[in-house]
Ligand binder design. Sequence first.
Ligand code: HEC
Length: 113
Amino acid sequence: MNNRVTSPVVASASICLAALFALAVQASALSPRDVRYSSRRIGASLYSRNCARCHGATADGKDAAPSLKAPGLTSEHIISVATNGIPTLMPAFKSKLNGRQLESVAAYVKSLK
Ligand code: HEC
């Protein structure tokens, strides 16, 4: 094939594809606020299924499990403890929840208070 003929065709086809892609991205774009909201909503459901039985429905703590509303409790700490668990006291969730799910749980817990 002759490159001088195909290049403009390929170039305009790529521009068309790029424009379509940009439109598609724009149509599905969520604002950062929407993303935080949906992450918290997913987190709320994951929290109630995995954490509430010990830490309480409102994360105020119950029996041996402490409140998760302490202001000093960072998302990183919540994710790290939930990932690895605490031997004999709390199960590890690393085989049950993926990184994004753990982030959602932490976002939800941090949104309480
Ligand atoms: C079987 C009961 C149980 C479940 C289920 C459980 N926890 Fe815990 N968790 C505990 C106990 C008990 C402790 C306190 C351990 C200690 O005294 O050191 C704790 C401690 C923690 C801490 C440390 C708090 C601090 O002040 O350092 C975090 C964070 C935490 N849990 C988050 C979670 C999250 C998030 C989930 C759900 C994904 C969860 N836990 C599920 C029982 C549980």
